[in-house]
Design a protein around this ligand. Structure first.
Ligand code: NAD
Length: 282
C-alpha cells in the first residue's frame, strides 16, 4: 500500500521557514511585496487570487491585488506592468491567467522584469532553466520536486516519466528532473504506448487534466507517483490518477486535493521572498 506524500503538511512546514526569512528581511528594512493583476471576472481566477493574497498575509508578505476590467486593453495592462517593474515596494509580479481574448498572454509575460517574474514564465527565466543557470523556477514544478524529495529517495539516476508537456507544468518539470540527474521521458497526447512507457517510471508525474487517465496498470511497483491534475467530477476534486487503484502498486503517491495544489502557492511565496533577498544582496 502506497505511502501518502502530504503536500499540505509539507507546505505548512515550508511556510514556517518562509515566515522566518520574511522576518529577517523586515529586520533589515525590507518588506517583500507581491503584486497580483487580475483582469476580468473569471470566478476560478478570483478564487486563486484571493488564496494568494491570504497566503501572503499568512507569512507577512505585502500583497497588492490590482483588479482590472474585462475590457482592459493590452496597452493599458502593459502600462501597469511597467509601473510595477520600477516600483521599489514590489519584488514579485504575477498576472493571473487566463486573460481575455484582446490580450496576448506572451506579450504580457514578456513585459515583466525577469527579476520580478516569480511565476518563472518569462523567456529569460525559462531559458536560464534550460541551460541550468540561476532563475525563478515555475511554482508548480518547483513544488513537485520538493514533494519527490520528501520521500527521501534520490532523484539522480532514476527514470522519470512526465505525462503532459505544457509550458507551466510538464515541460519545466521535465527540465528540473533532468537538472537533478534523472533520466527523463516526456510524454504527451501523441505519445504511442503511453502505458508501457509509464510503467517503466521510478518517478511518474502526471499533468494532463483527465480524470482516471492513469491507473495501476500504468505504474511500476514501488514508484513515486505525483498527480498534478485538478478535475471537477460530480462536484468533487479529483486528479488524473485513479488514487485507490494506484495505491495498490505505487510506493508513494500524492493525493488530490492536498498534494501538489498547496505546494504551488507556497512556492510562489518562496519565490517572492527569494526576489526580495536577491535584490537585497544586489
Ligand atoms: P494543458 O492542458 O496545458 O496540457 C495538458 C498536456 O497533456 C498537453 O501537453 C497534452 O499533450 C497532454 N495530454 C492530453 N491528453 C493526453 C493523453 N490522453 N495522454 C497523454 N498526454 C495527454 O494542462 P496544464 O496546464 O499542464 O495542466 C494539467 C493539469 O494540471 C490540469 O488538470 C490542471 O488543472 C492541473 N494543474 C494543477 C496545478 C496545481 O497547482 N496543482 C497547477 C497547474 C495545473
Amino acid at each position: 500500500e502506497a505511502k501518502i506524500i502530504d503536500g499540505k503538511d509539507l507546505s505548512n512546514r515550508l511556510r514556517e521557514d518562509i515566515k522566518s526569512r520574511v522576518e529577517k528581511l523586515k529586520q533589515n528594512g525590507i518588506i517583500p511585496g507581491l503584486a497580483v493583476i487580475l483582469v476580468g471576472n473569471d470566478p476560478a481566477s478570483a478564487v486563486y487570487v484571493r488564496n494568494k493574497e491570504r497566503a501572503c498575509n499568512g507569512v507577512g508578505i505585502y500583497s497588492r491585488v490590482i483588479k482590472l476590467d474585462e475590457n482592459t486593453s493590452q496597452e493599458a495592462l502593459l502600462e501597469y506592468i511597467y509601473r510595477l517593474n520600477v516600483d521599489e515596494t514590489i519584488h514579485g509580479i504575477l498576472v493571473q491567467l487566463p486573460l481575455p481574448p484582446q490580450i496576448d498572454p506572451n506579450a504580457v509575460i514578456n513585459a515583466i522584469d525577469p527579476a520580478k517574474d516569480v511565476d518563472g514564465f518569462h523567456p529569460v527565466n525559462m531559458g536560464r532553466l534550460v541551460i541550468g543557470e540561476e532563475c525563478f523556477e515555475p511554482c508548480t514544478p518547483k513544488g513537485i520536486i520538493r514533494l519527490i524529495q520528501e520521500t527521501g529517495q534520490p532523484i539522480a539516476g532514476k527514470h522519470a516519466v512526465v505525462i503532459g508537456r505544457s509550458n507551466i507544468v510538464g515541460k519545466p518539470v521535465a527540465l528540473m528532473l533532468l537538472r537533478h540527474n534523472a533520466t527523463v521521458t516526456l510524454c504527451h497526447s501523441k505519445t504511442a504506448n503511453l502505458r508501457e512507457i509509464a510503467r517503466q517510471a521510478d518517478i511518474l508525474v502526471v499533468a494532463v487534466g483527465r480524470p482516471n487517465l492513469v491507473d495501476s496498470s500504468f505504474i511500476k511497483q514501488g514508484a513515486i507517483v505525483i498527480d498534478v491534475g485538478i478535475n471537477r467530477v460530480d462536484d468533487k476534486l479529483v486528479g488524473d490518477v485513479n488514487f485507490q487503484d494506484a495505491c495498490h502498486v505505487a510506493g508513494w503517491i500524492t493525493p488530490v486535493p492536498g498534494g501538489v495544489g498547496p505546494m504551488t502557492i507556497t512556492m510562489l511565496l518562496e519565490n517572492t521572498v527569494l526576489a526580495a533577498e536577491r535584490k537585497w544582496v544586489g
